[in-house]
Write a protein that binds this ligand. Structure first.
Ligand code: NCD
Length: 301
């Protein structure tokens, strides 16, 4: 594996190796005896052209925990603001020979473009509505940690399917892992062409969550959607918000997930987000670290 660009471009064997390595790292971190430095002497360039808390922070932590160093792109003080093209900027960064590039961008397939301009492993930390592979890997890791296997589980992905790179990547990976997938969304936020024929689609939230093993909620990607796609946040919560009442329709041991940031009271009720038994949202965040350490160790060390 040379790059992490999306789920489609890595093999099932590479996916399994990352998941196994992440488990070992997580165990060692929790016992407090993780002491390896596979990125010793390596310098990684972190370029977040879009906002991020979890992905950026956990990648930073991962590089440092592995013994490497990070240089950050400064979104406020850079030469794009002086009219330089992104291509010229990337060629400049490339000339300093970083050992890896972590990139988030709103441009469709930006990491693929960067790959042609740089000589180091490229890690996609989210591009446009298309792909966010490290998120899908940590989501799979979190489900497998709880349920053992994904094969045969009924998993609903709910909300702004049309603009969510988290949904796009999870559809690929969870389908590959044998999940029975359901997509629940208002008609204005659905995808027209389903990537797999056996995916079931719902516009009624109550029908969609019935008997699910996992419910994965999504944030409305207002930065990418037309303003008219939903009437307003109250309408959205009434029709698509995950409430305790709706949660009762799913299986008793259902897992509630959300990549975060959450908009509480829009796509998810407070008492669902904070449900001590059913919500795995903060567990997902925690698992971001071992997954990203495993990715960096595989690619950069
Ligand atoms: C997601 C993203 O950026 O795509 N956030 C994340 O990485 N955890 C989800 C979102 O912003 O809605």
């Amino acid at each position: 594996m040379n790059h992490l660009l999306d789920i489609e471009s890595i093999t099932t064997d590479q996916i399994d190796k990352i998941l196994i390595k992440a488990k070992q790292i997580k165990d060692e971190l929790s016992r407090g005896n993780y002491s390896k430095k596979p990125l010793d002497g390596k310098v990684v360039f972190s370029m977040f052209l879009e906002n991020s808390t979890r992905t950026r922070t956990s990648f930073d932590m991962a590089v440092y925990r592995l013994g490497g160093s990070v240089i950050h792109w400064d979104n406020n003080a850079n030469s794009l603001k002086k009219g330089e093209t992104l291509t010229d900027t990337i060629r400049c960064v490339s000339s300093y020979k970083p050992d890896g590039l972590i990139v988030r961008s709103s441009e469709f397939k930006a990491p693929y473009t960067f790959k042609t301009l740089m000589d180091c492993p490229i890690i996609n930390a989210g591009d446009s509505y298309r792909a966010h592979p490290s998120q899908a890997l940590l989501d799979t890791f979190t489900i497998e940690e709880q349920k053992g296997s994904i094969n045969g589980l009924t998993i609903a992905i709910c909300g702004d399917i049309a603009h969510s790179r988290v949904a796009a990547c999870n559809i690929q990976l969870l389908h590959q892992k044998g999940a029975k997938l359901r997509l629940i969304s208002p008609p204005t936020l659905t995808i027209n062409r389903l990537p797999f024929e056996d995916i079931k689609t719902f516009t009624d939230m109550n029908e969609g969550v019935k008997d699910c093993d996992v419910i994965m909620m999504l944030r409305n990607q207002k930065e990418r959607m037309e303003a008219s796609a939903i009437p307003d946040d109250d309408w959205y919560f009434r029709n698509y918000g995950l409430t305790q009442q709706r949660l009762k329709l799913a299986k008793e041991n259902v897992m509630v997930m959300h990549p975060a940031p959450m908009n509480r009271g829009v796509e998810i009720a407070d008492d669902v987000a904070d449900d001590p038994y059913k919500s795995f949202i903060f567990k997902q965040m925690e698992n971001g670290l071992p997954i990203r350490m495993a990715i960096l160790e595989s690619l950069v060390s």
